[in-house]
Design a protein around this ligand. Structure first.
Ligand code: ZN
Length: 411
């Protein structure tokens, strides 16, 4: 497995945010693509079977990282797709606002900081910097909002107070639990499957204080030397799903158009986030459509720290550049699970050269741009869009490549 090729100095991560390094002039490319396609009606994205007509603006919430070991190819896939969904929503001539949170108060972050004998705040700051630098070099458009859990602890307390008052939560020994016994039904899971997933993904179903093993922690009482904030239930810190609920509602209000994240977040994280938001705001549904990006596998297992098979994006960017990596991430359907390999990334670089050469030839098909836009809004069908534009060559292909962020970096 590749080791990280670049370290980050204190001066770097404690300074200004990284500057964009890969062109993301999405507005220009979108305009050119739509002008050439000249659709009779504004393009409307259909995502996972849901049409998303919007007036004025659309809001996309993508569940961001816990900053303790970033950025691997699985992260890159999630954020490249969420970014593409925002770009395609924007083809309809609306403003698209993206909120990508940072979960910087978290069990895994605290455990990592303890294991490395570093301050958890410093670890979070350094890893957040690495992540933002990698996203910038990968050509992911900077989100409109980037809330941090650390800044929303008071909002989680307000959320818990309201859910207690509504009878959707209860307090035990300084913990506050959200009543989650029915949440699995939202995503079509049987109770037994839900319990298994909750156990695997930090849901602590065996906590003896819970009325139902599927209840979720909204507020966790302070333990040992962990960071703690004062609350009506004593010192403690927020639960994971509650952090995202609070950040999403604080940023966008009662609902969002697209709720995005990695496939493994569909349950329990996003299902609980949505259920808590709905119980708090009484607005249903929390999201109109969901974008749960297919997992990236490596060596036959999902790429994850726990599996010990992480491939880091900064290493790949240095060796292959952003274009081939973007093409590899996006030349498939967004919900597909797929296996990463360097050989595929190498082939992706060759394919990118061929596409660039074809884009410099005169175009063969005048109607290609219209078909390209139709493919993009049809559930983000990038393979179809690339096939159509690749056959046509010329301007429609050059514009699609610009829109997908596949063109060469600014010198
Ligand atoms: Zn989240």
């Amino acid at each position: 497995m590749a080791e990280r090729s670049r370290s980050v100095s204190w001066q770097e991560w404690s300074g200004d945010r990284p500057q964009p390094r890969w062109p993301t002039d999405v507005g220009t490319w979108s305009r050119r693509l739509v002008e050439r396609a000249a659709p009779a009606e504004p393009p409307v994205l259909r995502l996972g079977g849901v049409r998303l007509p919007s007036l004025g603006r659309a809001r996309l919430y993508v569940c961001g990282i816990t900053p303790y070991d970033t950025t691997h190819v699985g992260h890159a896939a999630t954020f490249a797709w969420a970014d593409l969904a925002a770009r395609v929503l924007g083809l309809g001539g609306i403003d698209v606002e993206v909120c990508r949170n940072i979960t910087d108060v978290d069990d895994d972050l605290l455990a990592q900081a303890r294991a490395r004998s570093v301050s958890w705040r410093a670890l979070a700051a350094e890893q957040t910097y690495r992540f933002e630098r990698d996203m910038s070099e990968l050509g992911v458009v900077q989100p409109t909002y980037e809330p941090r859990s650390f800044d929303h602890v008071e909002d989680v307390i307000r959320l818990a107070v309201e859910l207690l008052a509504a009878g959707a939560a209860y307090e035990r020994h300084g913990n506050v639990y959200f009543r989650g016994g029915a949440v699995h039904a939202r995503v079509g899971l049987e109770r037994a499957e839900a319990l298994e997933l909750a156990r695997a993904r930090g849901g602590e179903p065996d906590d003896p204080d819970k009325d139902d093993p599927l209840d979720a922690v909204l507020w966790r009482h302070a333990v040992d030397d962990e960071p703690a904030w004062s609350s009506p239930w004593g010192p403690g810190r927020p639960g994971w799903h509650a952090e995202c609920t609070a950040m999403a509602v604080a940023t966008f209000g009662a609902s969002v158009d697209v709720h995005a994240g990695g496939a493994e977040l569909a349950f329990p994280h996003h299902a609980y986030q949505a259920a808590q938001a709905e119980a708090f705001t009484r607005v249903t549904p929390f999201s109109r459509a969901r974008l749960h990006v297919g997992s990236v596998m490596f060596g036959g297992h999902k790429m994850a720290k726990s599996a010990g098979n992480l491939v880091f994006v900064d290493d790949l960017l240095e060796r292959f550049g952003a274009g081939p990596l973007r093409l590899l991430l996006l030349c498939r359907r967004w919900h597909e699970e797929w296996e990463f390999s360097e050989a595929e990334l190498d082939r992706s670089a060759g394919r990118l050269d061929e596409l660039a050469a074809a884009s410099r030839r005169p175009t063969r098909t005048a109607s290609a741009a219209a078909e390209v836009v139709r493919a993009l809004v049809d559930d983000l069908d990038v393979p179809k869009a690339l096939e159509v534009a690749g056959e046509a060559g010329g301007e429609p292909l050059a514009e699609l490549m610009g829109f997908l962020g596949l063109t060469q970096p600014i010198a």
